[in-house]
Design a protein around this ligand. Sequence first.
Ligand code: SF4
Length: 390
Amino acid sequence: MMSRQKNDEPLFEPYDSAALTRLRRSLKAWYAKRARDLPWRNIGDAYRVWISEIMLQQTTVATVVPYFERFINRFPTIHDLANAEQNEVLRHWEGLGYYSRARNIHKTAKLLVEQSNGVFPQTTDELTALPGIGRYTAGAIMSFAFDLPGAIVEANTLRLYSRLLCLDENPRATHGQKVLWAFAEHLLPRKNIGPFNQSLMDLGATVCTPTDPKCRECPLLPHCGAATADRQNEIPMAAPKPEITPVIEVSVAIQHEDRFLLRRYPEGQRWAGLWDFVRFPLGDAESLVPTSGLTAAAKIPQKLIANIELSVHEATGTVVELDRFLKEIRHSVTRYRISLLCFLASTEHATPEPNENLAWVPAEQLDDYPLSTTGRKLAVLVQRSQPTLF
Ligand code: SF4
């Protein structure tokens, strides 16, 4: 379905102008009946398009919809977002993960308000120069908000284009990406570009699904290389899976009277700007954890207790007494499969002193702080916990 010119640029032979006209017509008729009704669509508002597209990176539509509605309710304009405290922006992002996205939208909102009174630029170069805006988001803003020729390649269209072209290479690698972006540009109509791009995304999401695509319902079946070759389930080529590394980490809710110690992650870290209880990797002390794991009812090895109390002291300067094991939370971060052992501890002195990155917070006020997902789970546990001493 694709050949090469001498300069190695892909040439999409079967997609000549007559074929493109047929493809666009079929797609338009399908979209008129099957378009998804999403709260950020058909409003021509670059701010809402931008927020929704950033939220949708690595996250499903079903998860994003309530977050988007809450976010827009609190920050209805780019000026509201620019004027907000980072803590509040992160609190409204809490649970969506990939927090650099929230930090970047806050930075970009401030920048645009300062530079252009909040008006978005309308070229790929200017848009991609802004923090957190890549080629896909720029294409989405240009086409959905301004009906300008912005191409898009995201998860759904990557799969769809790969199958249309019967692409026999990794679509996420450099060359595969070059081919797909060139194809996305090649497909673009001269007008109604936003609805055209949205119809491709919807078709990828609802018909050209990752497994068992519904080819019989697909308006692009006559144009599809993978369906013609009966290779829909082999394409796109799967990305190599990263090797998973298991690690054990510890999170300690340190209590002084009715308050708990929270610390803010510094700049440059994955969870920068978020708050958390004292958390650290167990490292060499992993061997002290019984192979059967820990439970609230079982006795915790004294050596492990001593090791954790010492690590807390090294990390904070606080002398604590580990009161009880609360729960093991399992979660994954990139290639790490983390087993997070959560403890409750107490201290006689509220040291170190509070500052902008450290706070002693009453249990009921933990809700006001943006926490990592596991931090929030631990906060709920300490708010509800009942004493069960070792
Ligand atoms: S024919 Fe099948 S594989 Fe090809 S684009 Fe349509 S749904 Fe996807």
